[in-house]
Design a protein around this ligand. Structure first.
Ligand code: AMP
Length: 384
């Protein structure tokens, strides 16, 4: 891929497509700024080289064609200005052109307010392209989407290239898939097996051991156990059976934390997996499973993790996920972690600087690991 490093960007107008789609709480506070922080190297490099900088991003899933302050990038503009220590102006109307007054960075308002963004409209793609001399794609987490601001614009921009975040993601994910140091221990958690079925298959082939947790483990456990009222996917039973029949390296929980409700003060019990009552929900793994996982992770030379293995948002159900974070921190293995909730867990347990590689991608991360071509990467790879 053509890198921003290969182009002369001095005095050029750059349109950088970043992914500032970060979690924001009801009071408007940014809960995790990982994606913003990892986008900074490209922006800082462009500043240093004397480019004029326009940045585009989406935030959440607003309806197209309507401004909605809930999805405005206002808070991102304020935050960016603070961490860059550089003037950032949020521009609402920009499709017919942007004007720089001084040396400010222009942040375009949420691209998903624009009609045609998600349909990869040609008109909109051309409008984005006409804003800049060079389009810099740096939004790895959105590179599986054929949208106007990620894909279409590349067809019409005078020149396009990849930014540092995107190049770094591909480099590290390639390293994992092509030349992994064994043994590889993977951890796959989260809510639904159906959304991660293909990646679970791919990872089971790639890894020496696969630890499963969350709703995914529940669905696998439901084949041979009564899992009470736990979250599982009855429609994915055949998929679960296929996984269990085919892959013998999957480690299932042997004990778990159960409760009849999901609250911070829920009454909890630790139970063996074969002893769950009808009204109980499995909400985390138990001590015995934690010890099994810790021992496995000690042997790892590469650790891949996606998806929390309990309802870690609640204090009572986060021990499993917390212990996984600690085991990764204490390991000398090359660790690679991706996915929105997984990154939130990394932040919660202050492990950001202790993971070898943090991917900003959720869907894009999983699709890349599955071995699928990401459309934006493919189109960038064909640019000379
Ligand atoms: P995903 O987006 O598929 O990675 O799912 C992440 C979500 O799965 C988080 O919000 C967790 O709270 C949830 N989760 C993890 N374990 C469980 C469980 N045992 N029961 C219900 N939800 C869970």
């Amino acid at each position: 891929m053509l890198s921003i490093l290969n182009l002369n960007i001095k005095n050029k107008i750059l349109l950088i497509r970043s992914d500032f789609n970060v979690p924001i709480d009801l009071n408007g506070n940014i809960i995790s700024d990982i994606r913003i922080r990892l986008s900074l190297p490209t922006i800082k490099y462009a500043l240093k080289k004397g480019s004029k900088i326009i940045i585009a991003s989406h935030l959440g899933r607003p309806s197209e064609g309507k401004y909605n302050s809930l999805f405005s990038l206002k808070k991102i503009a304020i935050y960016l200005e603070k961490i860059l220590n550089h003037k950032v102006i949020l521009q609402k109307n920009y499709l017919n052109g942007c004007e720089f007054k001084n040396n400010e960075i222009i942040l375009l308002e949420n691209v998903r307010f624009n009609i045609g963004e998600k349909d990869n409209s040609i008109k909109l793609s051309k409008q984005y392209a006409s804003l800049c001399d060079i389009f810099v794609m740096d939004a790895f987490a959105t590179s599986h989407r054929i949208h106007s601001s990620t894909y279409g614009v590349i067809n019409f921009a005078k020149k396009s290239c990849a930014g540092f975040l995107l190049i770094n993601e591909i480099k590290n994910l390639k390293k994992l898939l092509k030349n992994p140091v064994k043994p590889i221990i993977s951890i796959i958690g989260g809510a639904k097996i159906s959304t991660k079925f293909n990646v679970l298959k791919k990872i089971s082939k790639l890894s020496d051991k696969v630890i499963v947790g969350g709703g995914i483990a529940n669905t696998l456990l439901s084949l041979n156990n009564d899992i009470g009222s736990s979250l599982y996917e009855p429609n994915a039973i055949l998929l679960a059976q296929e996984i269990i029949n085919k892959y013998k390296n999957i480690i299932l929980p042997v004990d778990c934390v159960v409760s009849t409700s999901i609250k911070n003060n829920s009454l909890v019990k630790i139970k063996n997996i074969n002893n769950i009552l009808k009204n109980e929900k499995i909400l985390d793994i138990g001590h015995k499973t934690i010890n099994i996982i810790k021992n496995e992770l000690k042997k790892a030379k590469t650790i891949l993790w996606n998806g929390p293995i309990g309802v870690f948002e609640f204090k009572n159900f986060r021990k499993g996920t917390e212990n996984i974070v600690k085991a990764i921190i204490n390991s000398n293995a090359f660790s690679i972690v991706g996915g929105g909730d997984t990154l939130a867990a990394i932040e919660l347990f202050n492990a950001f600087n202790k993971i070898s590689y943090i991917s900003t991608g959720g869907g894009a991360f999983l699709k890349y690991i599955e071995g699928r071509k990401l459309p934006v990467i493919s189109i960038l790879e064909n640019i000379l």
